[in-house]
Design a protein around this ligand. Structure first.
Ligand SMILES: [Zn+2]
Length: 173
């Protein structure tokens, strides 16, 4: 697997950082507008002048929403979201095929043989509100060599818990 030239990687990181900063700025602006607008609306309540601060409140909300969408960290969380009805602590299992040339071979958790290829199963305990992960309580991963991975995946299919969200991710070559 050819790795990306470092200049492109650097540009990606810089772009992500800029998007993150832009996101936080938008959220900050939005919160400022929201507070100012709400204060104004309370003062002008009952008069026709209440329209202007309410418009400011709406713009504040729009800023906050676009700030969240533009921020790569929030976007990744949104990508990992679960069903809208999911609240509280949930356990997720993510399967990822592992094929590396640069990393050290990892020992398989079943047969203990070392391999650079196989399956990485990532376990997460996270707290979600309306399906959006807010906080990851714990995260760990198990590595399976290709032989044991096949066995694991077939066991998995038959004893799937309904509370466990399983996501199979294949890394792009
Ligand atoms: Zn194994």
């Amino acid at each position: 697997m050819p790795s990306k030239p470092s200049s492109i990687e650097l540009a990606d990181t810089a772009a992500e950082l800029m998007q993150g900063i832009a996101g936080w700025l938008l959220i900050g602006l939005g919160l400022g507008a929201l507070l100012t607008g709400t204060g104004g609306a309370v003062q002008q309540a009952g008069t026709t002048d209440v329209i202007a601060p309410l418009v400011v409140v709406v713009f504040g909300l729009l800023f906050i929403v676009s700030g969240v969408v533009v921020n790569p960290r929030f976007r990744r969380r949104l990508d990992r979201r679960h069903g809208l009805s999911q609240f509280g602590r949930i356990r997720t299992v993510e399967n990822r095929t592992h094929s590396t040339t640069e990393e050290q071979p990892e020992p398989c958790v079943v047969c203990n043989c070392r391999s650079t290829e196989g399956l990485v199963r990532r376990y997460r305990q996270e707290y979600v509100i309306a399906g959006i992960p807010l906080w990851t309580a714990s995260e760990n991963h198990n590595f399976y060599c290709p032989d044991c991975a096949r066995g694991e995946l077939s066991i998995d299919a038959s004893t799937e818990e309904s509370t466990t969200a399983t996501q199979t991710v294949t890394e792009p070559e």
